[in-house]
Design a protein around this ligand. Structure first.
Ligand SMILES: [Zn+2]
Length: 313
């Protein structure tokens, strides 16, 4: 009777991938069981997730349009994410729809911000671009926008843009404590968003994502995002950073989301496939770790298989 319980599916969020087109359901090789969907096929996949009681989805988009320095296709009102949000809102009015707000899947260099002529990141221009993305998602019907670019000041700029444009009900979930992690490999495969190597350009995202060796600074990022007006904070990844979830839970009164990322998902599957562990047990045990740490919202690819791993709600 004193055991902790895995949260009900309503406290879970399923992250998934939207691509332009129709009739597309493309397996992601490095994330077995997860797919890229065109908006029409996403509706079918989300139906299965909604039937299990999952409370929210988090959408990551892609474009088949022209990629440019500023990632302008990210705020195309007819983009795959914007279309998907409209379809999902119509089909599942109760579902909370969260959209990732970033530029890296839309820039021709794969960074989360436009680059200046000298190859450095243009932080302020990025914030303006991110605000346009957030507005186009909110206009399509997103309940929560989730900026993930880790640009300084992005939460304040987006908050202001939302309220100026009368999206006062739209919530802001900040990827507030997001580490430069080796656990994002399968995700970048899914999104085609690995930063490209070019002379003068940063080769990775360590310049704007938090260092795993500096936990106080990583928590400070969340504190700043809260001050800028975030409604929900996040720690990403989850399993390698359970201490950060616990610290942040104690530091803030806002809800704390934990993002159990692609690498954490795929490594359990790989272990099980090798015969080195039982997948169901691994998933349950690792998820309980996230619960013990104090996460209020679990963002996890396992959400699409909630019934299999955690039984019926
Ligand atoms: Zn990004």
């Amino acid at each position: 009777m004193f055991d902790l319980e895995i949260p009900a599916p309503a406290k879970w969020c399923w992250p998934t991938f939207v691509v332009p087109g129709q009739n597309i359901k493309e397996a992601i090789a490095s994330m077995p069981g997860q797919y890229r969907y065109s908006p029409d096929q996403l509706v079918k996949a989300v139906e299965k997730v909604v039937k299990q009681g999952i409370g929210s989805v988090l959408l990551f988009g892609q474009t088949d349009g022209h990629k440019d320095n500023g990632g302008s296709q990210a705020w195309n009102d007819h983009g795959a994410v914007q279309q998907a949000v409209r379809l999902l809102k119509q089909a599942f009015p109760q579902l909370t729809i969260i959209t990732d707000v970033c530029l890296c899947a839309y820039t021709d260099h794969g960074h989360c911000a436009p680059l200046c002529a000298d190859g450095s990141l243009d932080n302020d221009a990025a914030c303006e671009c991110l605000a346009k993305v957030a507005l186009s998602h909110a206009a399509a019907g997103a309940d929560i926008v989730a900026p993930s670019a880790m640009m300084d000041g992005q939460i304040a700029v987006i908050r202001e843009a939302l309220s100026e444009n009368d999206f006062k009900q739209t919530l802001l979930m900040a990827y507030s404590t997001k580490f430069a992690s080796a656990c994002y490999g399968p995700f970048r495969d899914a999104e085609g968003s690995a930063p490209q190597l070019r002379p003068g350009m940063p080769a990775d995202r360590k310049g704007y994502q938090a260092s795993y060796a500096n936990p106080r600074n990583a928590i400070m990022e969340s504190v700043l995002d809260e001050a800028e007006g975030a409604d929900i904070l996040m720690v990403k990844p989850a399993l390698f950073y359970l201490d950060m979830i616990q610290t942040l839970r104690q530091r803030t009164l806002l809800p704390v989301a934990a993002y159990n990322v692609s690498g954490e998902y795929s490594m359990l599957i790989a272990t099980a496939r090798q015969g080195w562990g039982d997948l169901d047990e691994l998933v349950r045990e690792s998820t309980m770790g996230i619960v013990r740490a104090g996460a209020d919202l679990i963002i996890s690819y396992w959400a699409s298989e909630y019934e299999r791993f955690f039984g019926k709600a």
